[in-house]
Design a protein around this ligand. Structure first.
Ligand code: AMP
Ligand code: MG
Length: 429
């Protein structure tokens, strides 16, 4: 894996004290490389896992031309040949789904057919049941020549997937539709990347765990719970190491255990500039770690790198302590880094442009992630407003919001009614 130093030395305008979000993500992307381990799983167990191989369709799906409707199959040429506005055909039998389709009607004949049944030889068109009038006790049918065109209501062999066509690509995180697609190809098992193991802990002497008395000046540790939630959604194995107090031996032991058992280590707190505790010293001593002030709000301080202990190494993300900053930095840096580490190739989340219901103050030169509520306004248009308090300690703002309002690096203040970009929480983990 490339070292941080080698990646950073290639950048002409690198300023760790005011690092733009995009540059931080580019550096992280170059340092992180996918884990190698692969396992083979039955497709149901592969949900949310990262596909480790390309899946090429071994068959045509569907395997035969078949009917999309309940109705009557016939040769479309009969429509053009009809002298009158009405077509009349002799019914010679029925075709059911699952049957092999042995009937071969002439141009003057039709076959009663069910949805999914194989098209009889020579037939290319299905007239739906509801357009048809039976005559002679169903021995013949009659329908208007203009109620259907040649080729209607027929599904073509291979139209879903042709044999030899790429069905799914390596790097895909398997979705419910993909399990169905694999099943439709008759694929029982797939090779997926091994699961990541992520260790995390909170640092700070003011932190108390749930169940402990809240002494004066103390707060309950909430970051481990938001991290638990976000990591669970990423389908990784978790190692929750609790709160580690600000003591050099305790911190070093925690970092070493985390590093030796996990692929990535996430901590919160203790990375601010001027922070008196030992977290940063120990991170720096255990590996190739850099301390950034990112040009963003919230979430300015962040440590990133790789630590090593007894020959094992792990990626390190030292997130800020503020509860909102933890979530923002997780979503905008850690999420993509873990996806890369697990071998996934995931397109960036969409940013939607919507109207801002209010003016928002903003200075160019940093990216802001305001917490927003996107809703339909009285005039039917989608409109976003910020949740009340935007302080980086106000976790309620994340809980109430349904999107980030992303104000880009160069963006200036926004006037009420201007378009702004939002990133929906749905789709985030
Ligand atoms: P720090 O980055 O350590 O300076 O922490 C910034 C702020 O976040 C302080 O007010 C801390 O009390 C708070 N904080 C740090 N860690 C946590 C945590 N695990 N849960 C809740 N608040 C925290
Ligand atoms: Mg602290």
């Amino acid at each position: 894996m490339p070292t941080l130093q080698s990646v950073i030395s290639c950048l002409s305008d690198y300023d760790p004290a005011a690092l733009p979000v995009d540059q931080a993500n580019r550096i992280i992307g170059e340092v992180v490389e996918p884990v190698r381990g692969v396992e083979q799983l039955p497709i149901r167990s592969a949900l949310d896992r990262v596909l480790a191989e390309d899946i090429v369709s071994p068959i045509d799906v569907p395997a035969h031309d078949n009917s999309a409707m309940d109705g009557y199959a016939f040769q479309g040429a009969a429509l053009a040949a009809a002298q009158t506005a009405t077509v009349e055909l002799e019914v010679i039998g029925s075709a059911f789904a699952g049957g092999a389709g042995a009937l071969a009607p002439t141009a003057a004949q039709a076959v009663r057919i069910m949805t999914g049944a194989v098209m009889p030889a020579g037939c290319d068109t299905v007239v739906p049941q509801e357009f048809v009038e039976g005559v002679d006790d169903g021995a013949r049918i009659r329908f208007a020549a203009d109620c259907v065109r040649t080729g209607d209501n027929r599904r073509l062999r291979g139209e879903d997937l042709a044999r030899g066509q790429a069905a799914l690509q390596a790097g895909r995180i398997l979705q419910p539709a993909d399990l169905g697609l694999l099943a439709s190809l008759g694929v029982a098992e797939v090779r997926v990347r091994r699961r990541l193991r992520v260790a995390f802990f909170s640092t700070g002497d003011e932190l108390r765990s749930i169940g402990e008395p809240l002494d004066p000046g103390c707060v309950y540790d909430s970051n481990r719970y938001t991290l638990h939630g976000m990591l669970r959604r990423m389908n990784v194995d978790l190692l929750d190491m609790g709160v580690v107090r600000d003591d050099p031996d305790a911190l070093e032991a925690a970092f070493r255990t985390a590093c030796e058992t996990a692929d990535a280590v996430i901590t919160s707190g203790g990375v601010s500039v001027g922070e008196a505790d030992y977290t940063k010293q120990i991170m720096a001593r255990l590996g190739d770690v850099t301390f950034w002030k990112i040009a963003m709000r919230p979430g300015r301080p962040m440590a990133f790198g790789r630590i090593n202990s007894n020959g094992r190494d792990a990626l390190l993300f030292g997130l800020p302590g503020n509860p909102v900053a933890v979530m923002v930095t997780f979503y905008h840096f850690v999420r993509a880094a873990l996806q890369r580490l697990m071998g996934a190739s995931v397109p960036p989340l969409p940013l939607l442009r919507v109207r801002s219901a209010q003016a928002i103050r903003k200075k160019p030169g940093r990216t802001e992630y305001q917490r927003g509520i996107l809703a339909r306004a009285g005039d039917g248009q989608w409109e976003v407003r910020i949740t009340g308090q935007q302080g980086s300690g106000v976790l309620r703002s994340m809980s109430e919001a349904n999107c980030f309002i992303v104000l880009g690096h160069e963006q200036d203040s926004v006037k009420a009614g201007d378009a702004v970009e939002v990133m929906l929480f749905d789709g985030l983990v």
